[in-house]
Ligand binder design. Sequence first.
Ligand code: AMP
Length: 186
Amino acid sequence: MGPPGAGKGTQATGVAEHFGVPAISTGDIFRANVSNGTELGRKAKEFMDAGEYVPDEVTNLMVRNRIDEPDAEPGFLLDGYPRTLAQVEELDGMIKHTGHSLDAVVVLTVDSEELVQRLLQRAETDGRSDDTEDVIRRRQELYIEQTEPLIEVYREHGILIEVDGMGEVDEVSERIFKALQDVNES
Ligand code: AMP
């Protein structure tokens, strides 16, 4: 977890590789569906372009189908999901059904000035259609309103790990590996 620009996508790929599990990014799956012009992509596009969350029913079903695939059988890392309380509940149910348990929730913390700089830079390099100033602002608002409260939920569950997301990509990765290693060993 972490606000837009915290480095979730970048770190998710490296961490998943390190642990030999697939990184399941809801944002990436939506973007691939938009590019391929699928029914799911058509449903998601208007919400994504406005910086809004895709409705829970659509997102939940997509994640449920994805974690049922064979490569996710040994475990998986979710990037960008859950983002709402309804998704937290749905994920609990899905995970019970697969026989897994949620080992850890990693939150990347980054100061707000750095977030803006990173997003503006990404707008130049990646050309994501939702990296315009208004849309970035809306995504940040939604994160604070709907997603940040999940941090307390997972803290109460005792599985929250807060990691300093400032600094070089490799430094942040090392912090995450170390924190997750400690979880594995405890
Ligand atoms: P991301 O790549 O994680 O920043 O996601 C890009 C966009 O995809 C978000 O702004 C949402 O419109 C949509 N999205 C990704 N994950 C979710 C989710 N868990 N719930 C609802 N919408 C999502």
